[in-house]
Each structure stands twice: as C-alpha cells, then as structure tokens.
Design a protein around this ligand. Structure first.
Ligand SMILES: [Ca+2]
Length: 319
C-alpha cells in the first residue's frame, strides 16, 4: 500500500509527543517533516520537545523539524479583545510534586541532540506543497498560525493540499474559556483563514478526543510492552492522567483524552472517528468580546463560515 504523505504541525506537548511517535512509527504514514508552533508552551520549548521525541525515535536524519511562528498572527496585538482564561490553574504543587498538563520540557526525555533545520516552517510548507503532486495531508495539532501564514504568503498552496485534519474546536466541551478550545482560542484569525480556505478540512474537536479517553490500565498495558517508546508513552499518559484527575476530572477517574494522538490515529484509520458530519456552517467556540453581552460572548471564539462545508467530528471511539 502506498504510504500517506503527511506533515505534522505541532506545539509539543505531551499529547503531541504521542501523536509524533505514532505517525513516525506507523508503516502506513510517510512523515515528510514536522513544523513547530507557539502554543501550549513558547516556540523554543515546543521545538525542543519535538526534537527530543525525534531523538527517542532515532529519526533525526529521516524527519526534519522546522521552527515556525513564535506568536499568533493577531490575537496578542489586541489584548483587550483576547478573553482571559477562566480555567483552573494549569499547574499546582502537591506534596512537593508539580502537577501540570504540559511541563516546560518533556522531562522524561533527555535534551535533544538533533537540531532544527535552518529553513523556517512557513517557507518549508510553501516549497514542499508547491513541489508536490497534491498528495500531502497536513495534520495541525496546535494553533493554526503556520498553516494560515503559509496560505497568506502563497495562496496557490491551497490547491496543493490533499486535506487538513485539525485537532481543534469544541462543541459541548471546551478547555480554555467557558466557550473556547485552546488551539482555536490561541489564534482565531489563523483558524478563520484555514477554515475558509476551501481546502478539504476535517475538524476533530474536544467532543471527539474526550470520547477516546485513555485509562491508567491502558497506560500500564502500553508500559508492559517494555520498549523505550512504549515506556515514554506510558510516562506521558500517566503525567496527563495525574493532571486531568486534579484539574479536569473525566467521566472515568484516572483517564485522559489523547487529543492529538487521536487525530493521527484517524488519518491511519478513519474508523476511529464516529459521527463524522458535514456542516454547511458552524460556530467554533470566536469573536472574543470583553464588553457587550459579556454573559454570552466573553471568551467565545465564534467563526462563522457561511458557504464552506466542513467535516466535523462529533464523537471519537479512541485509540
Ligand atoms: Ca497540541
């Protein structure tokens, strides 16, 4: 079978790390490159974390890593408009141990020896897509800044992208404000550009990733495989489960949504997603208003897509 050519766009991140491992190791995928972006952590951290994962996989000479954008396109230029997070703290010290969703660095992995490429992510995306046969799938699992900026700089790439599978948005579940998912909240203008690009887009929102919760028992099964990658995945899952139990308890105690890993899994096997629907228009968790109608609009990232049809996943069955 011909491999599916993909480029991952990541803000690594524990779930991004698992997504990268899955994509690079799976025989059905050909990971052409990985681009990094500012997101859960600043760009130097997300890039270093990505390189640590690449080192673990021994893929330093096979999968090049390109540093992308260090800031959202517009959002942080207008801080008054950018709604504050209403979420519980991301980090807490309990009995001398720090519990958080995403640590500064992936501490279970040693500092990287592989270096990021000289070329930056946006020119890499443009050059690679323009030279392609239109057979590359983009998998962005962080804020959409790199992809949107590439589309603005070279609009012809839109015709070259096979499809874009995004971890982002939330319908009934949010994780940043009372109405916004982090990746869309962090760079809503970029999301608007990508979602209205006319490209074939599949959104995998929080509603799906939370339906695919991974439990401590499943983490143990992965750990028992005993390979360095399996142990690293189990370490990452256990760290996430600890944070979710404390800050965002799931329906099943001792479990965590796999977020970005589910998106990669869905590119490998579309059957992991259920209830994939086409919508003529949608609202994604938008217009961030700190003034009028505060009750309803503060923190609400609303993007109206009047003519575009997107595939929108309602639930996911997990990994
Ligand atoms: Ca991510």
């Amino acid at each position: 079978m011909e491999k599916t050519k993909v480029i991952l766009d990541v803000d690594t991140g524990s779930d991004d790390a698992i997504a990268i491992m899955m994509a690079v190791l799976h025989p059905d995928l050909d990971v052409l490159g990985i681009t990094t972006v500012n997101g859960n952590k600043p760009l130097p951290n997300t890039t270093e974390n990505t390189l640590r994962v690449i080192d673990l996989l021994g893929a330093g000479d096979k999968v090049p890593v390109y540093m992308g954008c260090a800031d959202p396109m517009v959002a942080e230029l207008t801080p008054d408009r950018h709604a504050e997070s209403r979420q519980a703290p991301q980090k807490m010290e309990v009995g001398g141990e720090v519990v958080e969703y995403h640590s500064e660095y992936l501490d279970m992995l040693p500092p990287s020896t592989t270096k990021a490429q000289e070329k930056r992510a946006v020119p890499y995306l443009i050059d690679t897509l323009m030279a392609s046969q239109g057979d590359i799938t983009l998998i962005p699992v962080g804020p959409l800044t790199n992809i949107a900026l590439a589309m603005r700089a070279e609009p012809r790439i839109k015709e070259k992208i096979k499809r874009i599978v995004i971890m982002g948005g939330g319908h009934n579940i949010t994780n940043r404000t009372s109405a916004a998912e982090f990746n869309i909240w962090k760079d809503p203008e970029a999301a608007q550009i990508v979602l209205t690009s006319g490209c074939q887009v599949l959104l995998v929102p929080l509603d799906s990733t939370h339906a695919g919760d991974v439990t401590l028992a499943e983490s143990r099964i992965i750990r028992e495989m005993g390979t360095p990658v399996a142990v690293a995945v189990a370490d990452l899952l256990d760290q996430r489960i600890k944070a979710y139990d404390m800050f965002q308890p799931q329906k099943i105690a001792g479990s965590t949504p796999p977020h970005d890993a589910l998106v990669v899994a869905s590119v490998i096997d579309p059957e992991v997603l259920r209830d994939v629907q086409f919508r003529r228009w949608m609202w994604i968790s938008a217009e961030e208003s700190a003034t009028a109608e505060r009750w309803w609009t503060a923190g609400y990232t609303r993007i109206t897509l009047p003519i575009y049809r997107l595939r929108w996943t309602v639930t996911g069955s997990g990994l």
